[in-house]
Design a protein around this ligand. Structure first.
Ligand code: 4AD
Length: 456
């Protein structure tokens, strides 16, 4: 269907005075004495395009004035108030009618209400803006890594090993367990892969394989977590950006993470001014200044041990008690980034007991070269580390955790054949979108959220 994107009509002055065809859905319609007005949106722009219909013309406009109706409109682009443009319609075709029970009425709906209709909520300003910013951020991530010689790798989603070792994997099976199997081993040997398989919680282990060949790689795909966390920042299926870098130590990993985040946010600020103004107005007053501030200053860095001290000396009453060795909860993460540093903070060198087996063991024997990035409003958005590159130390860490070494043969081989210092991190893409847009529930920054009890 030959037509022009509404975004183009707005951004290209050469259309003024020309007759064009646009398509879209009716966002609002007004019928006054001599003219009728339609606000049309085709999803390419946050701003609606005003269509003006002269009621004295022979256009059959009445069927076009209903909310949600899809239209094709031909008309002349003319200048409107405040330097904008509108269209004087010369022909209107109704592509699809929309009955009055259309759930998206003119009033402002709550995000909770909109979550009940994921197939329609994309037509609201909020979801339109979120999805467009999400798309710009995804492209910016690719641009960033491609321009720095990273190779884009697609790691398997079905896996036989649990990267994080925390037992949060969804199982992949084609048969149900029943009493006719003698034991678990018998059951799995009858299953599709002949062994236990699950949906990957992270592409890191295969990412390391690729980095040991291509030097610098990144993945960008879904990861799956079966954790029973019904919180505003956990999804069972989230999009995970995981760079892995050979010949790199923890400070190199931290530098890369900071520069990647700044690049993505700079790109959004430069290319999505309308969307950012919208988020500033409706979601978080001051968000543009906050992001400008973030990209123009260094992030803070603090060790886990120092962070624990800061929390203990804060005088705050936390729900979860703070002592060396505890996992940092969202309330702790937010206190550190929001109250202490008032900006993005890297927390490094966590106790080895609360981190994964693959992290490089520090000389103190107690901590590992791990890093999390905490940001105000959200908490952790990145988790990463330098990896243990020493074969014996890695095997010892796996044995300490009672892991089955047979499942990690490929991974251990990397430490046998030309092992190098290396590391990487995982960015939760939706969490970064929350931070950039000020939208506070992760269910509202992905088209179809998968959470406990919800798989529409
Ligand atoms: O800290 P995590 O578990 O680290 C890893 O998976 C490493 N293998 C990454 C690496 O080093 N390559 O997860 C990384 C990030 C978290 O910081 C968080 O932003 C996001 O992934 N994440 C989730 N996002 C949404 N819902 C969930 N359930 C998430 N779990 C982790």
């Amino acid at each position: 269907m030959k037509h022009i994107d509404i975004k183009e009509v707005f951004s290209n002055a050469e259309y003024i005075g020309r007759t064009v065809t646009v398509c879209g859905w009716v966002r609002t319609a007004r019928n006054s004495k001599n003219v009728a007005f339609i606000e049309l949106n085709d999803g390419t722009s946050l701003k609606h395009l005003q269509i003006v219909i002269d009621k004295a013309s022979d256009i059959d406009f009445e069927p076009a004035l209903h909310l949600g109706t899809s239209l094709k409109i031909e008309g002349e682009v003319v200048e409107a108030r405040q330097g904008s443009v509108e269209i004087n319609a010369s022909a209107i075709t109704v592509l699809g009618t929309c009955p009055p029970e259309y759930p998206l009425q003119k009033k402002r709906h709550t995000l909770e209400f909109l979550r009940t209709m994921p197939h329609l909520r994309g037509r609201t300003n909020t979801f339109n803006a979120v999805q467009r910013v999400r798309s710009v951020m995804a492209a910016a991530l690719h641009e960033y890594f491609q321009s720095k010689n990273f190779v884009y790798i697609n790691t398997p989603l079905i896996t036989g090993s649990d990267c994080e070792g925390a037992g949060e994997m969804f199982q992949v099976t084609t048969i149900g367990y029943s009493k006719e199997y003698e034991n678990e081993a018998d059951y799995y040997s009858n299953d599709f892969f002949g062994k236990k398989a699950g949906l990957s919680v992270s592409g890191q282990l295969e990412g390391e394989v690729a980095a040991m060949a291509m030097g610098k790689i990144y993945t960008f795909g879904p990861s799956f977590r079966a954790e029973n966390s019904n919180t505003p920042k956990h999804l069972a299926e989230f999009w995970h950006v995981e760079p892995e870098i050979a010949f790199a130590e923890l400070p190199d990993i931290i530098e890369e993470a900071e520069s990647m985040i700044k690049y993505v946010i700079r790109t959004v600020l430069d290319t999505c001014p309308d969307e950012m103004k919208f988020f500033n107005q409706h979601f978080e007053n001051g968000i543009i200044d906050r992001l400008e501030d973030l990209v123009s200053h260094d992030f803070a860095t603090v060790t886990y041990t120092e962070a624990i001290k800061l929390l203990q000396e804060s005088g705050e009453q936390f729900v979860y008690p703070v002592e060396w060795g505890c996992d940092l909860q969202t309330e702790h993460e937010r206190y550190i980034s929001e109250k202490v540093f008032k900006k993005a903070v890297f927390v490094t060198d966590y106790p080895k007991e609360i981190k994964s087996f693959y992290m490089k063991q520090n000389a103190d024997g107690k901590t590992v070269a791990a890093v999390d990035l905490l940001v105000p409003g959200v908490g952790e958005i990145i988790g990463g580390s330098e990896r243990e590159a020493d074969y014996d130390k890695l095997v010892a860490a796996m044995n300490e955790r009672g892991m089955n070494l047979d499942l990690y043969g490929d991974y251990l081989d990397l430490r046998k054949y030309g092992s190098v210092p290396h590391g990487g991190f995982g960015l939760g893409f939706e969490r970064l979108i929350m931070y950039v847009t000020g939208v506070s529930n992760i269910r509202d920054v992905i088209l179809y959220p998968r959470t406990v009890g919800n798989v529409r």
